[in-house]
Design a protein around this ligand. Structure first.
Ligand code: MG
Length: 398
C-alpha cells in the first residue's frame, strides 16, 4: 500500500486531513478548531509522505517528526500521525486500539473542560452558576474544569487583580503573567469556594490557571486551596502556547503543596516530557494528541509517567469529533495512571450530522463505550460533508 496524496480542508474551523492511498482507502485526522491557519504547514509535509506505506506508521513519522514544534506547530505532524493510524486500522480491519496493544478498559472516562454556559461576569456567583449548569449536563461529567486567574477574564475584569496590565496581544496564552495582588488572589479563592459549594464532592473540580503565575504566588495559592481537594491546578507556570516547560520551577511548586499540579498541553514530543516526569515535577501530565505528535506519542508518555507515579489526563478541548475518536482509541489502551481525557465537542451542531460511527448519546455517566469499528471508527460521510466544504476544498473527497 502506498500513499498517493495528502489533502487538507477547513471544515467549519477545524483543518481536516485526508491521506489517500493506491488501494482506495483513506485515513482522516482533525486539528483543533483554534488553528485554521495551520493548513499550509500541514501541506508542506505532503512530499515526504507520497510513496510511503502508511501502515508503517513509525517509519513514516521518522520522515516528518522533526518538522513539528510546541503548540501550534506540532499539530501538523500530529494530525498526520493520527490519520496514518486510521489507515493502518482500516487496512488491517481492526480498531486502532488493537494496534496500540489492545484495550485495557471497555469504557473511557472524559471530563468537561469546554461545555460551559456563557458567563455574565467572573465573580463567585458567575462561577457558581456555570458549575450548576455543568453539573446538570446530561453527560453526567464526574469532573469539570474551569478557567481562573490568568486563564480567565479575571485578569482584566477584577480591578487591581495583578501588578501589571494584561497584554493586548490577540494571541491566547501570550506572556501576560504578573505578580498578583492580595485582593486578586483572594478573589480567585472566593470563586473556588463558590464552585465547590455547588459541586460538592459529587463532581471533581480542576482549575485551568495560567500560564503566568509567579512561582511564589502559585505556591501560596496551591496551599490555600488544599482544603478544597481540587483535582488539579493546570498550567500555573508555563502551558498553553508557551514554547518551553520550566520543569525545575514546576518541581518547586509541586513539592510545596498537596494540591495536584498539572501541565503539558502545549508540549511537543516525549523528549520534552522527560524532565517533568523523571524529576516528578508535576503530579499530572496532560499532552494533547493533536499537539504532542499523535496518539502513539501520547501512549508512550503515559507509560513513562506511570513508571514514575505521575498521572495522565490528556487535553483535547478543540479537537473536534474526529479528535474525540482518536482520544477514545488511545485512552482505551493507557495504563492505570489514566484519570480522564478532556471531552472535545463539534463546534457546530452539524458536525454530528456529517460523521458516521458516533454513539448516541456519546457520553453516559462521564464514560464513553469504546467502539470496535476499524480505524478510528468515526468517519466523515462524503455526501453529508460536501455542503460544508469551502470552494477551494471542493475536491477533498475526489
Ligand atoms: Mg489548559
Amino acid at each position: 500500500m502506498k500513499i498517493t496524496d495528502l489533502k487538507c480542508a477547513l471544515i467549519g474551523d477545524n483543518p481536516v486531513i485526508r491521506i489517500c492511498t493506491d488501494e482506495g482507502i483513506s485515513g482522516f485526522g482533525e486539528v483543533e478548531q483554534y488553528k485554521p491557519y495551520i493548513k499550509p504547514y500541514v501541506m508542506h509535509l505532503r512530499e515526504a509522505l507520497i510513496g510511503q506505506d502508511p501502515r508503517d506508521v513509525e517509519r513514516v513519522m521518522l520522515r516528518i517528526r522533526n518538522r513539528g514544534a510546541f503548540k501550534p506547530y506540532g499539530a501538523a505532524v500530529s494530525v498526520i500521525e493520527m490519520a496514518l493510524w486510521d489507515l493502518a486500522g482500516k487496512a488491517a480491519g481492526v480498531p486502532v486500539y488493537r494496534l496500540l496493544g489492545g484495550k485495557v478498559r471497555d469504557r473511557v472516562r472524559c471530563y468537561n473542560g469546554s461545555i460551559r454556559p456563557p458567563m455574565a461576569g467572573s465573580g463567585p456567583e458567575d462561577y457558581a452558576a456555570a458549575c450548576k449548569w455543568m453539573k446538570a449536563r446530561p453527560e453526567g461529567f464526574s469532573l469539570v474544569k474551569m478557567g481562573v486567574a490568568f486563564h480567565s477574564a479575571q485578569k482584566r475584569d477584577f480591578p487591581g487583580f495583578s501588578y501589571a496590565d494584561p497584554t493586548d496581544s490577540p494571541f491566547h496564552g501570550a506572556y501576560d503573567g504578573a505578580p498578583m495582588t492580595e485582593r486578586g488572589m483572594a478573589h480567585v479563592i472566593d470563586c473556588v469556594a463558590a464552585m465547590k459549594e455547588v459541586l460538592g464532592d459529587e463532581v471533581g473540580l480542576a482549575l485551568d490557571c495560567g500560564p503566568g503565575w509567579m512561582p511564589s504566588d502559585a505556591i501560596r495559592f496551591a496551599r490555600k486551596v488544599e482544603k478544597y481537594n481540587l483535582a488539579w491546578l493546570e498550567d500555573m507556570i508555563t502551558g498553553d502556547y508557551v514554547p518551553y516547560v520550566n520543569a525545575d520551577v514546576y518541581r518547586d511548586l509541586t513539592q510545596s503543596t498537596s494540591t495536584p499540579i498539572h501541565t503539558g498541553e502545549q508540549i511537543y514530543l516525549r523528549q520534552n516530557f522527560k524532565d517533568l516526569i523523571e524529576t516528578r515535577a508535576v503530579d499530572v501530565v496532560g499532552p494533547d494528541p493533536c499537539d504532542v505528535g499523535g496518539i502513539a506519542e501520547l501512549k508512550w508518555i503515559a507509560e513513562f509517567a506511570n513508571l514514575h507515579g505521575v498521572l495522565m489526563a490528556p487535553h483535547g478541548t478543540g479537537n473536534g469529533v474526529l479528535g474525540l475518536a482518536a482520544l477514545v482509541q488511545v485512552c482505551a489502551t493507557l495504563p492505570a495512571n489514566f484519570i480522564a481525557f478532556e471531552y472535545p465537542s463539534g463546534n457546530h451542531p452539524w458536525w454530528y450530522e456529517i460523521v458516521d460511527g458516533l454513539p448516541d448519546p456519546i457520553v453516559k455517566d462521564s464514560l464513553i463505550e469504546v467502539w470496535d469499528r476499524p480505524g478510528m471508527g468515526v468517519e466523515l460521510n462524503p455526501e453529508r460533508t460536501r455542503p460544508y466544504l469551502r470552494e477551494e476544498d471542493a475536491d477533498f473527497f475526489d
